[in-house]
Design a binder for this molecule. Structure first.
Ligand SMILES: [Zn+2]
Ligand SMILES: [Zn+2]
Length: 308
């Protein structure tokens, strides 16, 4: 049996492929336009700092999007804010009170805010003191944050996360500077994190850095991909392989990713999304796939277009 997230859908099954690795296959004949899988929320994500006032921390709605009427959003930023006492350096913004309440109920959001505040403080401190400083910035511990809250935030997703493809070797071979960059990130986190978060650092940093490349999905403003607001990892979604003529399209609604057939699919067919812009010529697609996903695309479309 394959270990991985449960695909509780009549439509898909996780199997090994004939060329190695795992992939999702159609468990039965599926008509076009059928939703075959949904991934309710990211295991981990980041909204770029420059976008935090414009992107709802809960549903990722973009205040400056063309689809949001100007009148509804004054000056193109959200006004509902969560800025806990003691975390002046860090705040989250929301499109609605509902989004704010949902976000506050989940442990992960507030935890991220604390982490963000700690890292921002350490970054400022390290810049002020110069890179030669060995002083560890001091942080007050938070009484609100309990071990239970942290454990709950991790739940069992971590085990599932470890099952997705580890790209460490491929990534470091492609970009040799990445190894020293990752070691610097590790050293910075060891120095910057408050004690109650430090216990997670050594075991997690390397595992995360080994998997974010090649498994992350961009968080875009709508389907036109005008603006990339951040990125995230939806664990089960990482099991879709790539084709330049995919039979599955990905739709993001709020935090969730949905996967629908873009044409009729027969039982036993492999299910593919596209990792790259399929309007690009074959050379560009191959280049993007090799540098960011570390494989040479051998899909039928690439084979036909390469021969042409
Ligand atoms: Zn929202
Ligand atoms: Zn291809």
């Amino acid at each position: 049996m394959l270990t991985g997230p449960n695909f509780e859908s009549d439509y898909v099954e996780l199997r090994t492929t004939q060329y190695g690795g795992r992939s999702l296959f159609a468990a039965r004949d599926i008509p076009a336009g059928t939703r075959v899988h949904s991934s309710p929320g990211p295991f981990a994500h980041v909204i770029y700092k420059d976008y935090r006032r414009e992107v709802c921390a809960q549903c990722f709605a973009y205040a400056a999007s063309d689809s949001v009427p100007v009148k509804a959003v004054q000056s193109r930023v959200w006004s509902i804010k969560c800025n806990p006492e003691g975390l002046q350096a860090s705040a989250a913004w929301f499109c609605s009170e509902d989004c704010k309440k949902t976000w506050e109920k989940d442990e992960t959001g507030p935890l991220q805010l604390q982490l963000d505040a700690a890292l921002t403080k350490a970054l400022v401190a390290s810049r002020r003191k110069g890179s030669k400083s060995t002083n560890t910035p001091s942080f007050g511990s938070s009484d609100d944050l309990t071990q239970d809250a942290i454990d709950q935030a991790w739940k069992n997703s971590w085990t599932h996360f470890l099952h997705i493809q580890n790209n460490e070797l491929a990534n470091v071979r492609e970009r040799q500077h990445i190894l020293s960059a990752h070691l610097r990130i590790y050293a910075f986190l060891c120095n910057a994190l408050p004690r109650y978060l430090l216990q997670y650092t050594p075991t997690t940093v390397r595992e995360v850095l080994a998997r974010d490349t090649g498994n992350a999905f961009g968080i875009w403003d709508g389907d036109r991909r005008d603006e990339m607001l951040g990125w995230g990892i939806w664990i089960s979604a990482s099991y879709f392989n790539h084709s330049c003529s995919p039979n599955i399209r990905k739709i993001r609604q709020g935090r969730a990713l949905y996967f629908e057939t873009s044409r009729a699919v027969s039982a036993g067919e492999e299910l593919y999304i596209s990792y790259v812009d399929t309007d690009q010529p074959v050379e560009q697609r191959q280049k993007d796939l090799e540098s960011s996903w570390f494989f040479r695309c051998g899909c039928s479309r690439c084979n036909t277009e390469s021969r042409a």
